[in-house]
Ligand binder design. Structure first.
Ligand code: ATP
Length: 365
């Protein structure tokens, strides 16, 4: 069990900065996701926490102790990689016992500990089997078991499900989360898959080019994206963005887009210039009386819902609607939305123009 605090953590490789200046707090027992596209610095951040990479500057506190320059062996953290390396010549029991035997734990205690962890993972029946013939899922459970028996302070996981096919991946994600809930150990988990992060995480850090774009709960990140990047990265299809020149009047905080009063309540008063009107596809609805008109270009059937692509005077837009609301390509329809579901962004910096920006958002300069 551990609380992990990261302060101004930075990593340079030569003159390339992989992690800019990260600060965030991981609460004891949290399932914490580092999310972002390939190359954004997730793995480098995780490796610095685990002690496998030396930071260029900044601090890492584990339970209040500053460990940034301590070797991995003194941090009591287990690292679980995507490619689980098991000892092929040993059976499951010996693979799981190995870290404890190396610590000099007496045999009887090793046996009891391995049995306890095997029961948590539901792999008691394969303890005496060679690892060579195991399925991918069982290999994964054994590798997790080998990490768990040590009872480390925290687990670091780098895309542990990345090599699995989609269906099994979803199953293992549920299993991992349930396991975490039973054990309550702090877990830091790297993924580029936004669905995995939303499904499993208590908190998410969204990274881009070595910078933290946002830090918060899955709901915060989905409902109140701090930047255009986050709004675009999270959600499928992503948020719609319509560019317009506008101003937010100081008094009534009303926003006018092409003469239509948006009246967005969270908007930041006083801003003037290019803005992006951001709305998620599920927050746009068909409304015969709507002042906003769109021409249907295409409709993608997804079972209970459909994604409709439209062209409107304000720009192209995607809408998610129940699939029984039939529309035909070429048809012109009225559209509407609830102003509370709109996020406005500064068109040049991409930052959300809301009065309550999430804590943890760093300055993009
Ligand atoms: P991925 O999922 O592709 O691994 P990531 O977000 O985990 O992406 P990192 O592995 O942290 O990204 O890498 C961040 C950047 O730092 C990348 O541009 C990578 O090429 C670079 N990088 C990582 N390790 C080194 C290294 N040892 N030497 C030089 N550059 C490195």
């Amino acid at each position: 069990m551990a609380e992990i605090v990261i302060e101004n953590l930075r990593k340079e490789f030569g003159d390339f900065t992989a992690v800019q200046s990260s600060s965030f707090r991981i609460e004891d027992g949290e399932f914490f996701m580092l999310l972002g596209p390939s190359g954004c610095g997730k793995t480098t951040t995780l490796r610095m926490i685990a002690g496998l990479e030396l930071p260029s500057s900044g601090q890492i506190y584990i339970d209040g102790e500053e460990v940034a320059r301590k070797p991995a062996s003194e941090r009591d953290i287990a690292f679980v990689f995507q490619m689980f390396a098991l000892y092929p010549h040993m059976n499951v029991r010996r693979n799981m016992s190995y870290p404890l035997v190396c610590q000099g734990m007496p045999r009887a205690r090793v046996r009891a500990k391995v049995a306890e962890v095997a029961a948590i993972l539901g792999i008691e029946d394969i303890l005496d089997k060679p690892v060579g013939g195991l399925s991918g899922g069982d290999r994964q459970r054994v590798a997790l078991g080998r990490a768990i028996v040590r009872e480390p302070k925290a687990f670091m996981m780098d895309e542990p499900l990345g090599a699995l096919d989609a269906e099994f991946r979803e199953h293992m994600a549920e299993e991992l989360r349930a396991l975490h809930d039973r054990m309550g150990a702090t877990t830091v988990y790297v993924t580029h898959d936004q669905l995995e992060a939303m499904q499993m995480g208590d908190k998410i850090v969204v990274m881009n080019h070595g910078v933290i774009e946002q830090f918060g709960t899955p709901q915060d990140i989905y409902d109140k994206p701090a930047t255009r990047f986050v709004a675009d990265f999270i959600g499928s299809p992503p948020m719609n963005f319509l560019s317009f020149q506008g101003a937010i009047a100081p008094g009534d905080q009303a926003v006018r887009m092409q003469g239509v009063d948006l009246g967005v309540p969270r908007a930041q008063a006083g801003f003037q210039g290019e803005m992006l009107f951001g709305i998620r596809p599920e927050h746009v609805r068909f409304d015969d009386g709507g002042a906003w008109r769109g021409r249907v270009l295409a409709s993608e059937y997804l079972g209970t819902t459909q994604i409709v692509t439209l062209d409107s005077a304000a720009g192209p837009i995607k809408l998610r609607a129940p699939s029984d609301q039939r529309v035909a390509p070429g048809e012109t329809v009225g559209l509407n939305f609830d102003a509370r579901t709109v996020t406005l962004f500064d068109g040049s910096s991409g930052r959300a123009l809301v009065s309550e920006l999430n804590a943890g958002v760093l300055d993009h300069g």
